[in-house]
Design a protein around this ligand. Sequence first.
Ligand code: SF4
Length: 280
Amino acid sequence: MREIAVSEITRNIREMCIEANHFLGRDVKNALDDGEKKEESPLGKQILGTLEENLGIAGRDMIPICQDTGMAVIFLNIGQDVHFTGGDLYDAVNEGVREGYRDGYLRKSVVGDPIIRMNTRDNTPAVIHCEIVPGDQVEITVAPKGFGSENTSRIFMLKPADGLDGVRKAILAAVRDAGPNACPPMIVGVGIGGDFEKCAEMAKHALTRDLDEEPEVSWVRDLKREMLEKINQLGIGPAGLGGRVTCLGINIETYPTHIAGLPLAVNICCHVNRHTRRTI
Ligand code: SF4
C-alpha cells in the first residue's frame, strides 16, 4: 500500500489548472498549423493565424488562452493500492482548483446553485470523475471546459436499428446545430454505448485523448476518419464564417450496451481544448 498525502493532489491540480489555461497540447497546435495551410477561405486562414498568434501570446505572457477559463473537469485514475492521507480527497481536489484559479488570475465561472446563480467566487466545485485502476499510482487529468461549446453538446438515445448510419447522422446533426456557437474550429468527443451517463462521460474523456490517436477497433477507426472528413465538408469554417476547417479532430470511445439501446453522446469543444495530465 502506497500512502499519498492529499496535499500532493492539491499542489498538482493547482499547477495543472494554470498550465492548462495557458498551453495547449502539441497535437492541437499541429492541427491548427495544418488547418491554416489547408484552409481555402482567406478569412478562415486569417482567423486560424490569429488563433495561433493568440496561443503564442498566452504562453509567453501568461495570459489565459480564452477569457472563459472553464469549469474544472478532473479525471482521477486511482491505483487500488493507494491510500490517501491527510484529509478528504475531494476537498483536496477543490482546494487545488481554488488555488490555481486564484493564483493564475483565471476567471471564476461557477455558480453554486443552477437556478439561484450566485458565483462561488473560486471556480469550485470541480466536476470530478474517479476510476479505480490496478497499481499504486494516481493519474490526474485536468480539463477546464468552456461552456460556449459545452452548451452545444448532445445526447441521443438511438435505437439499435439506427446502427452506424444513425450514429453518423446524429454526430453531423450535433455539429451542424452547434455551428458558430461552439467557437470553431472544434474538437469533437464521442461516446458510443454504455447507458445515458456512461456515454456522456466517455464523450468528455474522448476530448482528453491525443488527436492523432488511432483507435484499435477498425469500425471506430473508419468512423473517426469519415466523420472528420464529413464535418469539414459542412462549410461552417473557422469562427463559423465559412471554410473547410470546421473540426481539428475527433476521438471516439465505446463501451458495451443493452440489447435495446444505442446511446450516443457528442461532447463538443472549441479549439481551446485544454487538458493536461500527470501521474504521481
Ligand atoms: S467556447 Fe472555447 S473559445 Fe469559445 S468562449 Fe468558451 S472557452 Fe473560449
